[in-house]
Design a binder for this molecule. Structure first.
Ligand SMILES: [Zn+2]
Length: 233
């Protein structure tokens, strides 16, 4: 298997696979896995580090986040994501609903669900106030945020980040799914400001696409950057 494992803290791991990562918080009465990468035996990796059941929360339905979901019995996703999941994966998700404001208690950790549409309609992030961290999915990352194709909405993304920044005093570090493992909360501000400019049609000249281009990108996709904020549009 091509997973790289990083132990972040006691009972807190990251599994990285081909540019995407997922996170495992071990605890009781259950452990929580956030996202499910592409493929491989992710359930075995979790079993080796936890006892008892593992619940899986999907931050959104893009394929690089849901690949191993069928290995888990209890899978949660925001209902606003069901249609996007179906369009990306060619089947309906067999999941349980996860709602804005839901709290998941795992040992001493309490994760609060924040619904942050924009990258996808049902994207969520998880805020953990005990460790003062945010598991952001693809909402905040120091890599280009994919904002082209069906389901993306720049105005919703801008407003979601504005809402997230109202909670900024509750976390010190953000763990995204792509790019560097940790980013500062100030990146959410940069992304929000750049999203506001993009939504207003005020974009800088595009940069050349990397080679190979991002997955699923047609010829019309462009890369834009302002400071640390980047979009594929
Ligand atoms: Zn992703």
């Amino acid at each position: 298997m091509d997973f790289t494992e990083v132990k972040i803290d006691e009972g807190f791991w990251c599994f990285e696979q081909r540019g995407v990562r997922c996170f495992l918080l071990a605890g009781k009465p259950y452990s929580l896995l956030i996202d499910a990468c592409f493929d491989g035996d992710l359930a075995a990796l979790c079993r080796a580090r936890t006892e008892g059941p593992v619940r899986l929360v999907l931050t959104h339905g893009d394929r690089d986040h849901v690949g191993c979901m069928d290995q888990f019995d209890e899978v949660y996703m925001h209902p606003a994501e069901y249609a996007h999941f179906a369009s990306k994966n060619g089947r309906d998700p067999q999941v349980r609903p996860l709602w804005e404001g839901d709290r998941l208690q795992i040992g001493a950790c309490c994760l609060e669900v924040l619904h942050l549409p924009g990258h996808t309609p049902g994207s969520v992030a998880l805020l953990e106030r005990h460790r003062r961290l945010l598991l952001a999915g693809d909402c905040v990352q120091a890599a280009p945020v994919y904002m082209f194709g069906p389901g993306r909405n720049m105005a919703a993304y801008r407003d979601s980040l504005t809402r997230l920044l109202a909670r900024r005093g509750e976390f010190d570090v953000i763990y995204p799914s792509h790019g560097p493992m940790t980013v500062p909360p100030s990146l959410a501000e940069e992304l929000r400001d750049f999203a506001a400019e993009a939504d207003a049609g005020l974009l800088p000249p595009p940069l050349p696409l990397p080679d190979p281009p991002p997955a699923g990108a047609g010829r019309e996709v462009r890369l834009y950057r302002r400071g640390n904020a980047q979009f594929y549009l």
